[in-house]
Write a protein of this length. Structure first.
Length: 117
């Protein structure tokens, strides 16, 4: 699942990953993502860090607090750079990777494969 408030970004991720054999669904924000997780089988999530309403971090915190979802594989996709303290927060939330926007298509595919392995 790709969670991004910018539909063109979600479309690009879907267009890159689908030909590689991935089934990708999208959500435009945290609440929609949580709703879809109730009915969809999801192996991993790529979450935009900065979104209105519920941030990517808040979404990850809610997922980690849910006994059913707590082991979900999560990667962040963001335009931001993070300091060492920010990276430590990712460790606390068990974030597998963060991919900087704009991303290289081949790099995105490889990093998603790595997160799923």
């Amino acid at each position: 699942m790709v969670v991004d408030d910018e539909a063109p970004i979600s479309k690009v991720v879907i267009d890159i990953l689908t030909p590689e054999g991935f089934k990708v669904i999208s959500a435009s924000g945290g609440e929609e993502a949580l709703d879809k997780l109730k009915t969809e089988k999801v192996d991993m999530m790529l979450i935009d860090f900065f979104m209105p309403g519920m941030s990517g971090r808040e979404l990850a915190e809610k997922i980690r607090a849910d006994p059913i979802l707590k082991d979900m594989k999560i990667g962040f996709v963001t335009a931001a750079s993070f300091s060492e303290s920010g990276s430590k927060e990712f460790e606390k939330l068990n974030i597998l990777d963060y991919i900087k926007k704009p991303f290289d298509n081949k790099d995105l595919v490889e990093r998603v494969k790595k997160m799923l392995s």
